[in-house]
Design a protein around this ligand. Structure first.
Ligand code: 2NL
Length: 344
C-alpha cells in the first residue's frame, strides 16, 4: 500500500508539472484529493490492515496528500503570476507613441473676410442685416431708382425665376427692406453682406455668383464727409494704417452724387507698379449720397433726411489682401487653396 501511495504521489506531481492552466490544476486536485480519488480510496481500505501497519500507511497517505497540496498551491501561484503578467503585457500603453492627428477644418476665406469686415463696421456703429437672395423686381430695382426701362434691368443680365422674381443682383434690396421697416424714422446704420448673382461669363475676375457687402447710413445731416471718413477708417483698419483713399466722380442710379473709391497701392506705396497699373491707386468700391428718389421710395423724407451708401465686392477685398489672382479659387474649393487660410 505504501508503494501504491508513493506511486500515486509521483503521478500527481508529474501531472501538476504538466498542467499549464489553473483549470487543469483544479482537475488534478479533484482527481487525486477528491472524495472519490485514489488516496481516499487507499485510506478507506485501511480497516483491513494490521494495527502495526495502519499508522505507517496513514502517515504516508498524509505525507503524499500534503506534498500534492503544497505542489498544487505553488503551481497555482506560478500560473496566476504568469496570467497576470500576460494581462499586464496585453493592456500596456506606450505613452511615448505619437498621437493620432486630428484634422481641423477652417473658415472659408470669404467667410473670414466677411466677418472681419463686419467687425470693423460694428466698431464704427453699424449693425449687420441680412435678407433673401431671391428678390422681387420691386426691391431689387424699383425701390433703388431703377425704372422698368433701365438698361441694368435687361433680362439678359440677371437670373429671373419668374417674370417678377430674380436672384438679387446686389444686396441693396436688404437696405430698401430695412428702410421700409423703419417707417421714415432714422437713424438707419447697417451693413448687408451676402451672395449676389449676375449673368456673367466666369473668368479670373468675374463670377456669376459673388459676395457683396453694402452699407447704408441714413440720418439727419449725413454728409459726404461722413462717407469719406467712414470709408477711410474702414480701409485703414482692413488694409493697414499706411493706406489712404481718394474719391473720383462716378454714376450710380441710386446715389447722387456718386463716387468711385480708390485705395493707395500697398505694393509700391503709391509710386506705381504692375499691380496698380502704374497709377499708385487701386479701385475698390463704389459709393455716394443716397438719391432723394430712393429715400422717398422707401418712406424717408429727403427734406429732413440724407444718407450715404456704398457697395464693395468681398472677393476683390480678399484677393487684394491675400494676393489671390483668380476669383474662381473661391468657388472651386481646392483643398490646397483652402488649407492656406487655416490661421486667417
Ligand atoms: C458698386 C457699388 C453701390 C450702393 C451700392 C445703395 C443702396 C441703397 C441706396 C443707395 Cl439702399 N445706394 N447702394 C450705392 C453706391 C454704390 O455699389 O460698384 N455697385 C455696382
Amino acid at each position: 500500500m505504501i508503494d501504491r501511495l508513493q506511486e500515486l504521489g509521483k503521478e500527481a506531481l508529474e501531472e501538476i508539472k504538466q498542467a499549464d492552466t489553473v483549470k487543469a490544476l483544479d482537475a488534478v486536485r479533484v482527481k487525486y484529493l477528491g472524495k472519490k480519488g485514489p488516496i481516499t480510496e487507499v485510506l478507506r481500505g485501511m480497516g483491513k490492515l494490521s494495527a502495526e501497519e495502519r499508522p505507517k500507511v496513514g502517515q504516508k497517505a498524509n505525507e503524499v496528500r500534503e506534498e500534492i497540496q503544497q505542489q498544487l498551491e505553488q503551481k497555482t501561484e506560478e500560473l496566476e503570476k504568469i496570467a497576470l503578467e500576460e494581462k499586464l503585457q496585453e493592456e500596456s500603453i506606450d505613452v511615448t507613441l505619437p498621437g493620432k492627428e486630428v484634422k481641423r477644418g477652417a473658415r472659408h476665406p470669404l467667410t473670414a473676410v466677411v466677418e472681419e469686415m463686419e467687425d470693423i463696421f460694428i466698431g464704427l456703429g453699424f449693425s449687420v442685416t441680412e435678407g433673401p437672395e431671391v428678390e422681387t423686381d420691386y426691391y431689387n430695382f424699383e425701390a433703388l431708382n431703377l425704372p422698368p426701362d433701365h438698361p441694368a434691368r435687361d433680362m439678359q443680365d440677371s437670373f429671373y425665376v419668374t417674370p417678377d422674381m430674380l436672384l438679387r443682383t446686389q444686396t441693396s434690396p436688404v437696405q430698401a427692406r430695412t428702410m421700409e421697416k423703419f417707417k421714415g424714422k432714422g437713424p438707419v446704420k447697417i451693413v448687408c453682406p451676402g451672395k449676389v448673382y449676375r449673368r456673367d461669363d466666369d473668368d479670373a475676375t468675374h463670377s456669376h455668383q459673388f459676395m457683396q457687402m453694402e452699407g447704408l447710413y441714413v440720418d439727419e445731416n449725413v454728409r459726404m464727409s461722413d462717407l469719406k471718413g467712414t470709408l477711410e477708417a474702414f480701409v485703414k483698419e482692413y488694409f493697414g494704417p499706411d493706406r489712404t483713399i481718394r474719391l473720383r466722380p462716378s454714376f450710380f442710379p441710386f446715389t447722387e452724387p456718386s463716387v468711385e473709391v480708390d485705395v493707395s497701392c500697398g505694393i509700391c506705396g503709391g509710386d506705381g507698379c504692375r499691380i496698380c497699373k502704374h497709377s499708385g491707386w487701386i479701385e475698390v468700391l463704389g459709393a455716394g449720397m443716397v438719391h432723394p428718389n430712393v429715400l422717398t421710395y422707401n418712406g424717408f423724407d429727403p427734406e429732413k433726411y440724407s444718407g450715404f451708401a456704398f457697395g464693395m465686392g468681398v472677393e476683390r477685398f480678399a484677393m487684394l489682401k491675400y494676393g489671390i489672382d483668380d476669383i474662381r479659387h473661391f468657388y472651386t474649393n481646392d483643398i490646397r487653396f483652402l488649407e492656406q487660410f487655416k490661421r486667417v
